[in-house]
Design a protein. Structure first.
Length: 131
């Protein structure tokens, strides 16, 4: 892939991340479904990670593969703090459980935590890519 194509894809993924996070924050502000907040916040994180990985080929096709690659390339190497990985894994697990595995509802407190974590990860990625 050409460098300008990678730049374009990164920008697109960052726009997706920002839009998903804005959705989460809107839903949270208007006290909508905590499950929906967690879903949108998680996708904000996921798209931010995809922005980082656009120059990696081939990209894994599953979320767990993308998260694992992020951990290998950005956490284990010390580029990002381990907390960013913990936050991403927690958001993924909470979204998975709430969407597929349990009837226990997501709490508004969990939704607030995941949204704050998504904001922190997105800011970290934007700063890294700008440098």
């Amino acid at each position: 892939m050409k460098p300008d194509e990678i730049t374009t894809l990164r920008q697109y993924r960052l726009e997706q991340a920002k839009a998903a996070l804005e959705d989460a924050e809107f839903l949270l502000l208007h006290q909508r479904s905590a499950l929906s907040v967690v879903n949108r916040a998680y996708y904000g994180m996921f798209y931010a990670v995809l922005a980082l990985l656009q120059d990696t080929s081939p990209l894994p096709s599953k979320h767990t593969g993308i998260i694992g690659l992020f951990d290998v390339m950005y956490i284990r190497t010390g580029i990002f703090d381990k907390q960013r990985s913990k936050d991403l894994h927690r958001a993924f697990d909470l979204r998975q459980a709430s969407d597929y595995k349990t009837i226990e509802p997501v709490t508004i407190e969990q939704a607030e935590e995941v949204t704050a974590s998504a904001r922190a990860l997105l800011e970290t990625v934007v700063q890294f890519l700008a440098s």
